[in-house]
Design a protein around this ligand. Structure first.
Ligand SMILES: [Zn+2]
Length: 326
């Protein structure tokens, strides 16, 4: 048996939907990856900026300290020079004009001061050089960080562009999923009429719909009585039994078939008539529907009466129920 066209169309829609959903999921993955990378790079750039700021503060402190060391060093060196100058003058003054000899005690003191002067100068230069090295190192670090910030900024720009592109792809993929689902939903109803319960529920699951308990069949109007109870309709001819079931479908109750008290010669006794009752609106609907089905008798006083295809008006005694015979 070949697959009905409606089912083939639905299956095609579902395959299209599945493939569109896969594409959409991939696009969503891309977007999430883009967002993650962007977040990581933004966090990284924040870290580098913080480190750069720390280095800037350190550099400022080191420069201040360098000039402090230099100033206090200069003061100390000046003091040594002044002391040496004073000693030299005193040695000069102590020179014996005849022998040319000088005061050995002052000479020794001068040598001591000069030695101490040289030591202080060396240690000062060491300290200055150490500070200069630290400053250079910090500056090199800042240069590296500047470069890294610039590079990361460029990466962020690229990632933003990628994200924008991937978001557009995702939008299109979502639209395609929506279209495929809409088509599938549209084609589901006619296809369901052709499918068994299992296939119906499989298709419904694909479309995110609740499963059904029995196969879905078209409602062919009030005349379609498939599934309507047959109970108590024994002894009626098929057309009359059908009329009784139509009444039940419309919410009416069968009040009399072949039993009960009826006029002599009534069609009830031969299983050709049925009485039905219920809400007036339902009885009116039933009467109007049966009037088109060529009944042998149809009586409902509020709307009139038909006998053998002839309109005979209300016959009386039929205001609380509809009587129909075939
Ligand atoms: Zn009757």
């Amino acid at each position: 048996m070949s697959t009905p066209a409606a089912v083939r169309r639905l299956n095609h829609d579902i395959r299209r939907l599945n493939s569109a959903e896969k594409t959409r999921d991939r696009a969503l993955d891309h977007v999430q990856k883009d967002r993650k990378e962007l977040k990581q790079d933004r966090r990284h750039i924040d870290h580098v900026r913080d480190a750069f700021e720390d280095n800037r503060k350190e550099l400022k402190g080191d420069r201040k300290e360098l000039s402090k060391i230099r100033a206090s060093g200069d003061k100390r060196l000046d003091a040594f020079e002044a002391k040496e100058e004073e000693l030299r003058e005193r040695i000069e003054a102590s020179t014996d004009p005849l022998t040319g000899t000088t005061d050995p005690f002052l000479e020794a003191q001068l040598r001591q001061v000069e030695q101490r002067h040289a030591e202080v100068q060396r240690s000062l230069e060491q300290r200055l050089n150490g500070k200069r090295d630290a400053i250079e190192k910090t500056q090199a670090g800042m240069d590296r960080q500047r470069g890294e910030i610039k590079d990361t900024r460029r990466e962020i720009k690229d990632e933003k562009r990628d994200l924008k592109k991937d978001l557009r792809v995702l939008d299109r993929a979502r639209d395609r999923v929506k279209d495929a689902r809409q088509d599938a939903l549209e084609h589901l109803r006619p296809a369901q009429y052709e499918m068994g319960l299992e296939a119906t529920n499989r298709a419904r699951r694909e479309l995110g719909l609740k499963p059904v308990d029995e196969p879905i069949r078209p409602d062919r109007g009030p005349g379609d009585v498939s599934g309507v109870s047959n109970a108590g309709l024994g002894g009626l001819n098929s057309k009359t039994a059908w009329a009784a079931k139509v009444a039940r479908k419309m919410g009416l109750t069968v009040t009399s078939t072949t039993g009960g008290q009826h006029a002599p010669g009534s069609y009830h006794y031969s299983g050709r008539a049925v009485d039905v009752a219920g809400p007036a609106s339902a009885m009116a609907r039933f009467y109007r529907f049966m009037a088109k089905k060529n009944p042998t008798e149809l009586f409902y006083d509020p709307l009139g009466g038909i006998k053998n295809g002839v309109q005979i008006g209300a016959i009386g005694g039929h205001s609380s129920h509809v009587h129909v015979a075939f």
